[in-house]
Design a binder for this molecule. Structure first.
Ligand code: PMP
Length: 456
């Protein structure tokens, strides 16, 4: 079959193929297909929503000739809007958190978007938060129109109108299970609702383990573009209007390590280099498929390619540093095999007295992190504190005022030589496993001399 002929780039959005998984599915009864959304013109599933939102705004008169498309997004929606906006002659302004990968910002600029960076990791109430800043820019810019992917009904409608009927037709009506991640919820809510109207289809949402959508505590996770992170200081944290929980029959939770390893397997064994949200969805689908039979046909939405994540999920150094990859690699023993000291997490709201009690005799720094339960992810660590530094300080002082710079950190999957170099003159380092500080490793444990006094 020859490829399609499109009369413009906009026609190269949608009508993506299904690709059957053949290697990771061994021992599983159902057929599992990926909906290859990375083959959209702008490289992701979000092209569909971007095109539909712009078309709907033109139809309603909210976006007029000479108008300006504005959105807050760190990724694919911005690219979709910039692509469609650029083609149709609109200026596009995209607000991005400054934690966004340089490649993504470069891609937005390459499509002609004006990029406005704002700090990441802010509370939902902060006026500089991506969504708040984008809304303000849209209101203040003459002809400005806020795409609002989280609330705009044209986003799920795009999937009702295109993704769902495509899947139905491609499977000859035999699809029995839809699996997808949840960012705005547009893909799962729209595709799922429309498929359910066509036949008995089980709709499964897949969520990073600590994301709030699936019942996690909202603490950080390492998969981009899906899930719901909850800043501990955020007061009102509404879920997007476009995430219709009633459409999903269940939400399956997948931990980051499983996602990372699934991404590697997909690339190495299936020949499919896909992003983290695809890998999470595939991991969820493989789990669900265990309970399905040979007549079942599972379709998994694969939103984007792995090209944008080569320096993360596909980089062994990154994986080892965060303690996701912990198998020996022939470079000698790994940090994770050493005796580690348990390290308490001191919370930002604590007093010095409480911190002192938690620290005990710990011979090194403990993290001072945002207020929540459980081990701390590096992105929520605000500083470090040692028992020594608190000596003589009043018990009711806020510990935050006594936090100092963080010590080096090493991954449980890194070699001891690497850790020694990373330590430099420091007395100890934090050890990261599965993206959380899991312990403290001292100079002695690394076989380094205790004394730092200059030899004179
Ligand atoms: N995966 C990727 C790579 C995405 O960019 C997005 C959009 N944030 C999603 C999944 C989730 O899609 P949706 O917003 O439709 O829920």
């Amino acid at each position: 079959m020859p490829g399609a002929v499109h009369e413009s780039v906009l026609d190269a959005i949608g009508a993506t193929p299904l690709i059957r998984l053949r290697r990771l599915t061994e021992g599983l009864a159902p057929r599992i297909y990926l909906k290859a959304e990375w083959q959209n013109a702008g490289g992701s599933v979000k092209d569909r929503a971007a095109l539909a939102m712009i078309r709907a705004a033109e139809a309603s008169g909210d976006l007029r000739p000479g108008g300006v498309v504005v959105e807050g997004t760190s990724g694919n929606t911005g690219i979709g809007l910039a692509l469609v906006g650029g083609f149709l002659g609109y200026r596009t302004v995209i607000v991005v958190p400054d934690t966004t990968a340089a490649e993504k910002i470069a891609a937005l600029r390459a499509y002609g978007a004006e990029v406005v960076p704002t700090p990441g990791g802010l509370t939902r109430e902060d006026p500089r938060h991506v969504n708040n800043l984008a809304a303000r820019l849209a209101a203040e810019t003459p002809g400005g129109w806020l795409a609002d992917q989280y609330g705009n009904p044209a986003n799920p409608q795009a999937h009702r109108d295109t993704t769902a009927p495509e899947i139905w037709e491609q499977t000859g009506g035999r699809v029995t299970c839809l699996v997808a991640g949840i960012g705005t919820g547009g893909t799962l809510s729209g595709t799922g609702a429309a498929l359910k109207e066509l036949g008995p289809v089980r709709v499964v949402g897949v969520d990073p383990e600590t994301s709030a959508y699936g019942g996690g505590d909202g603490s950080p996770y390492y998969v981009e573009a899906i899930g719901h992170y909850r800043h501990p200081d955020t007061v009102d944290d509404p879920w997007p209007a476009n995430w219709d929980r009633a459409v999903a029959d269940e939400v399956v939770r997948v931990d980051d390590r499983t996602t990372m390893l699934t991404a590697r397997h997909l690339a190495r064994e299936e020949g499919l280099l896909l992003g983290g949200s695809s890998a999470t969805a595939v991991a969820g689908a493989l789990r669900v498929a265990r309970d399905l039979g040979p007549d079942d046909v599972v379709v998994v939405i694969a939103p984007d390619s792995g090209r944008a994540y080569l320096s993360k999920y596909f980089d062994d150094g990154w994986l080892r540093r965060l303690g996701f990859l912990t198998e020996a690699d022939g470079q000698g023993p790994l940090v994770g095999e050493l005796p580690l000291l348990e390290v308490p997490v001191v919370r930002a709201s604590w007093t010095v007295g409480r911190a002192r009690a938690a620290l005990g005799e710990l011979p090194g720094p403990a993290p001072v992190a945002r207020d929540r339960e459980g081990p701390a992810a590096p992105s929520e660590i605000l500083g470090a504190v040692t028992a020594g530094a608190l000596e003589g300080v009043a018990d009711d002082d806020p510990v935050r005022d006594h936090a100092t710079a963080q010590p080096p950190s090493v991954g449980a999957g890194e070699g001891i030589e690497t850790a020694r170099e990373r330590l430099g003159d420091a007395g100890a380092a934090w050890v990261v496993r599965d993206g959380r500080v899991a312990g403290l490793v001292t100079r002695a444990a690394l076989g380094l001399p205790e004394s730092l006094a200059p030899a004179d």
